[in-house]
Design a protein around this ligand. Structure first.
Ligand SMILES: [Cu+2]
Length: 164
């Protein structure tokens, strides 16, 4: 089995270090897991689409929960946006008649040992009324409000702006 740690190791961006942290906890790499590795939730592969100042942007990421308790995301925020919220997109119809609708999500649960993907045409964190433009290559700090193991917590991460 190929170890995801080896795949992630050569990259040295800040986001990759988060990936690296997750990989240490992943399956197939048990021997490389440091004794002190906490089984805390991890945000990885976070990215944002480019957007103009004043417009809405979106954050995408994978949220992994290697711990033994259900992780529940209850909100998001970022200094680059006036407000942020969790949304789900749904495509209705196909071809030229296709329309994408978004609905707010009050909470997103990640079962123990599982992960949830936030991706285009699916779940995302909406960045509302951006305070500044998001250009390709920018780094966007954000935070997810979560409950985990019966307590409130905050997961901080950075998203890289990529072409959409
Ligand atoms: Cu949205």
């Amino acid at each position: 089995m190929r170890c995801p740690l080896r795949a992630a190791a050569p990259r040295r961006t800040r986001a990759s270090l988060v990936v690296l942290g997750l990989s240490l906890l992943g399956g197939g790499c048990a021997r490389e897991r440091p004794a002190a590795a906490p089984s805390v939730p991890v945000v990885r592969e976070a990215w944002a689409r480019p957007a103009a100042a004043g417009a809405d942007g979106a954050l995408y990421f994978t949220l992994a929960n290697p711990g033994g308790d259900t992780l529940v995301v209850v909100g998001a925020r970022s200094d680059v946006a006036t407000a942020a919220s969790l949304h789900a997109s749904m495509q209705m119809g196909t071809g030229a008649a296709a329309m994408v609708h978004m609905t707010p999500l009050a909470r997103v649960a990640v079962p123990p040992g599982d992960s949830v993907v936030f991706a285009p045409l699916g779940r995302h964190a909406m960045l509302e009324r951006l305070r500044r433009a998001l250009g390709v290559g920018d780094s966007v700090p954000f935070a997810l409000a979560v409950t985990w193991g019966g307590r409130a917590d905050t997961l901080r991460a950075r998203a890289v702006v990529r072409p959409f």
